[in-house]
Design a protein around this ligand. Structure first.
Ligand code: GRF
Length: 185
């Protein structure tokens, strides 16, 4: 089986995927990284892991549909598209190219705290449990069908600096294992 990973920044979840699927016995190959910032740290991680990279600057295209058409043209055939910190909302071009085959990772327990600041928003609200969600991508923001979730306790003493690393640790396990389970079905 093959996957494509879309990421925009650090790429710690991309690294977790390359490490997990680096074991060839799992039978999953990361066929491409797609990144919308050519200098993002995730790009260097892909080069180091020998994963082909497609970078693009959305500003070079007339609109989102044109940018996504370029992505679709660059992608090899894949069984699943995995959004791991890709900071753009997908449009109809991508959604139509991979119907029910795009998943996203979110650092909160959806449907609570969608959007870009899920960790901060959970802290600000004062919930005592937050967590991590993997869900199918639809046209909304973090609104697709939930596939897997894992809770993370919020301590009374937590700040973003102490909570975020615990969220990321859980992400680094939940995302690869969920992708593997989806591809095994
Ligand atoms: C993760 O927290 C993910 O849930 C969110 O963006 C972050 C990406 O982190 N969508 P990284 O680039 O994988 O380190």
């Amino acid at each position: 089986k093959t996957i494509a990973v879309f990421a925009s920044g650090t790429g710690s979840n991309f690294a977790a995927l390359t490490e997990f699927f680096g074991d060839e016995r799992r039978g999953v190959r990361i066929a491409m990284l797609v990144c919308d910032h050519k200098d993002a740290p995730v790009v260097a991680k892909a080069h180091a892991a020998n994963v082909p990279v497609f970078t693009l600057n959305y500003r070079d295209y007339a609109n989102k549909a044109a940018a996504e058409a370029a992505i679709v043209a660059a992608l090899p055939p894949v069984d699943l598209v995995v959004l791991a910190g890709f900071m753009r909302i997908l449009g109809p071009t991508m959604l139509a190219a991979f119907p029910q085959r795009i998943v996203n990772l979110h650092p909160a327990l959806l449907p609570s705290f969608p959007g870009r600041t899920g960790i901060e928003d959970a802290l600000a609200y004062g919930v005592r449990v937050t967590g991590v969600t993997v869900h199918y991508v639809d046209a909304g923001v973090d609104s697709g069908t939930i596939i897997a979730q894992e809770p993370v306790r919020v301590l009374p003493t937590d700040s973003f600096a102490t909570l975020a690393p615990r969220i990321h640790q859980v992400e680094h396990i939940l995302l690869p294992t969920t992708v593997a389970a989806l591809l095994a079905d």
